[in-house]
Design a protein around this ligand. Structure first.
Ligand code: FAD
Length: 381
């Protein structure tokens, strides 16, 4: 709570003699209303440092947080801000923020997890503000499987469909049923089914045609009562040899162990996970590269296409552990750019451009950022 919010609670209790229990029930709505009013009456730059896992200093024009879908609709109805001036924030784990961003940031901090029995399966309904990993843990604790390979991915539920999060052989779309979202232009609520989302590799319609138009408020996923474990990914393959009866919890524990040993914890070293997507090349390009680099790491994806491991390319280009000031390429994971302390968003952006250009020169392959770069001009050139 901010200081004024605490003071508000005291006033309600001491002056207006509203008992604590009643205040707590009212407080969500009261605080929300006051937050909105204060933002409108006294607009001020808001620091976003604690809202991005790179931990860079940045600010925005206004910042609103909502706890209910209805509040978002009411707020939009009475608001004179042009809708293209909005940016919807989740947990800030897939963003690179640059200096002052002249936008209104809003966060759908909608909590709640609910299960719907469907016989052999269950549908979990999760609020956009639920922490993703906490959702995964909750489903496993209840004995439902399906999300175990996606353990420990940072961020919130509302952002998960945006880039169709994926890890260790599983993508969100395999479990996705539908989502609810509020249209920032009309204020109307809409349900998107699986096909409406046009999921792809780290991609969905919300990154393309519908970019910036919707705030997701709830996601529904299908889970199994009887686990069908996905153990195709390297480190998970050995699990089945170690234990006769494997549970979804075992898989989750292994995923957590491997992730913790490989990826830097943003709490200790600022980062946003993989900075670049794995680039896809055609057969001809793949053949040429394979002749020059017999140890090239690549996977076939459909006809005539290969996905290259971007981390391998960066490593091979000699950039693993490279550092310019406080912006660096991670020592163990070349795909992860890190903030060693006081790097600015610009420092990390310059490093990313250097990495991209070096890879282009060495391999003639174009790296595209997976991370959203948000600044006044939102460019990466
Ligand atoms: C250490 C680390 C490891 C990671 N590992 C993985 C991994 O294995 N696999 C993977 O896929 N990703 C990974 N990521 C990236 C990141 O965790 C995911 O992209 C995550 O889904 C981002 O969630 P967020 O809530 O932090 O979203 P943010 O970073 O806040 O936002 C990301 C995008 O989603 C939009 N958005 C957020 N919430 C909403 C909403 N409610 N409605 C509409 N739009 C919204 C934002 O506008 C933005 O465009 C990793 C990140 C880190 C730091």
């Amino acid at each position: 709570m901010l200081r004024w919010q605490i003071e508000m609670a005291v006033i309600c209790n001491k002056v207006l003699r509203i008992p604590d229990v009643v205040f707590q029930k009212m407080s969500d709505t009261i605080l929300n209303t006051f937050e909105v009013l204060i933002e409108i009456i006294m607009p001020q730059a808001h620091s976003l440092k604690k809202f991005n896992t790179f931990g860079v200093e940045a600010s925005c024009d206004q910042f609103f947080r909502f706890h209910h879908e209805r509040d978002i609709q009411d707020w939009l109805a009475g608001l004179p801000i042009p809708k293209e001036k909005f940016f919807v924030l989740g947990g800030g784990s897939n963003l690179l923020l640059l200096n002052h961003i002249p936008l209104t940031f809003m966060q759908a901090d909608i909590q709640g997890i609910r299960y719907e029995d469907k016989g052999e399966s269950v549908i979990v309904h999760a609020g956009a503000g639920v922490n993703w990993h906490e959702l995964v843990m909750d489903t496993l604790d209840k004995g439902y499987s399906g999300l175990e390979n996606l353990s420990l991915i940072p961020g919130n539920v509302g952002a998960a469909p945006i880039q169709n999060i994926g890890a260790y052989g599983v993508e969100l779309e395999q479990r996705f049923v539908s989502l609810r979202a509020v249209d920032l232009y009309s204020g109307a609520c809409k349900t998107f089914l699986h096909d409406d989302c046009q999921f792809g590799y780290r991609d969905s319609i919300f990154k393309r045609e519908l970019r910036g138009q919707y705030v997701i408020t709830e996601v529904q996923l299908k889970l199994d009562k009887k686990p069908e474990l996905v153990l195709t990914y390297g480190p998970l393959k050995v699990l089945s040899k170690q234990k006769q009866v494997l549970t979804a919890k075992d898989v989750s524990n292994e995923v957590i162990r491997v992730r913790q040993s490989k990826l830097p914890d943003p709490e200790k070293l600022g980062n946003a996970g993989s900075f670049f997507k794995n680039p896809v090349v055609n057969q001809q390009q793949y053949n040429n590269l394979k002749i020059r680099y017999p140890d090239l790491v690549a996977y076939p994806v459909g006809n005539d296409a290969f996905k290259l491991a971007a981390g391998w390319l960066i490593d091979k280009a000699g950039l693993k552990g490279y550092r310019h000031g406080d912006a660096g390429v991670h020592q163990q994971q070349a795909l992860v750019l890190v903030n060693h302390g006081n790097a600015t968003g610009e420092d990390i952006l310059n490093l990313a451009a250097y990495v991209r250009d070096t890879v282009k020169t060495e391999f003639d392959v174009e790296l595209e950022p997976e991370v959203w770069i948000i600044g006044e001009q939102q460019v990466f050139s």
